[in-house]
Design a protein around this ligand. Structure first.
Ligand code: CO8
Length: 258
């Protein structure tokens, strides 16, 4: 499908989705979020795609939800339509790994969108923030919950209460991003990481995603049990035999997702 607010390219096994509303610093409006949900569904259904990279422009990953679109909404509009909930669900439902490649501003809903991805690679120009307090609202797509789990209460409160921005170095130190790379190499580095993931068994990749994500939702004892059961279950796959056999034969594993 052709999109107006996204540029989607598929190269080998990687689907690169670029947010593309340059005049509004990629602000997330309903159309963009609908199209993103559709693009992710298509990537999920495309057997060739094994990993997704989500990025923006040099200046902005996304400067937040679209303030112009939201400004006149009433409580009835927002609550009645469960504003953005269906789109957020579509992003969270994706079982293939999604890497956020963030340069420039990732603010409000933009920071929340990056945090919905499986991990974040940041350019040295990245700036993260939850400045909704300056607009008389709070984060609404997971910011108070995900940022707090990622960086701890004190820093999360600081970000949400003052609305200040965090640069890439602080974001890496705080655990919000997995690594920082030069801005010019951002998409290349994210694609390299995606290619590495694409060579693993898709079954094992899905198992990792499920297990790590459960760590947010379960008490430790239940999470450990969930992990152990998945670990046991993977012994039923051909890819486990291939992976361990290849190690012992001193050759590279050829996974077949079976
Ligand atoms: N929405 C709409 N338009 C935007 C947004 C936005 N979030 N951000 C920037 N733009 C537009 C500007 O209006 C401007 O348009 P124009 O040229 O037509 O005037 C254009 O993008 C360029 O922006 P600036 O001229 O402001 O660029 P600067 O380089 O001077 O500043 C900033 C860049 C600092 C990023 C600045 O644009 C800014 O502060 N933007 C707003 C950041 C913000 O407050 N984000 C949070 C939004 S609220 C939110 O995300 C809530 C999410 C939860 C919703 C879930 C509901 C359930």
């Amino acid at each position: 499908m052709a999109f107006e607010t996204l540029i989607v390219e598929i190269n080998d096994h990687i689907c690169l989705i670029r947010l593309n509303r340059p005049d509004a610093l990629n602000a997330l409006n309903t159309q963009l979020l609908d199209e993103l949900g559709q693009a992710l569904r298509e990537a999920e259904e495309n057997e060739k795609v094994r990993c997704i990279v989500l990025t923006g422009s040099e200046k902005a990953f996304a400067a937040g939800a679209d303030i112009a679109e939201m400004s006149e909404k009433s409580f009835v509009d927002a609550f009645g339509s469960d504003l953005f909930a269906p789109q957020v669900e579509a992003i969270q439902r994706c079982r293939k790994p999604i890497i956020a490649a963030v340069a420039g501003y990732a603010l409000g809903g933009g920071c929340e969108l990056a945090m919905m991805c499986d991990f974040i690679i940041a350019a040295d120009t990245a700036k993260f923030g939850q400045p909704e307090i300056n607009l008389g609202v709070i984060a609404g797509m997971g910011g108070t919950q995900r940022l707090t789990r990622l960086v701890g209460k004190s820093k999360s409160m600081d970000m949400h209460l003052t609305g200040r921005f965090m640069d890439a170095e602080e974001a890496e130190r705080a655990g919000l991003v997995s690594r920082v790379v030069p801005a010019k190499k951002l998409v290349e580095e994210a694609t390299n990481a995606a290619n590495k993931i694409a060579r693993k068994s898709a079954l094992t990749v899905m198992a990792v995603k499920e297990a790590v994500n459960r760590s947010y939702e379960m008490p430790l004892r239940e999470g450990l049990l969930f992990e152990r059961r998945l670990f046991h279950a993977l012994f039923a796959t051909e890819d486990q035999k291939e992976g361990m056999g290849a190690f012992l034969d001193k050759r590279e594993a050829q996974f077949r997702d079976k």
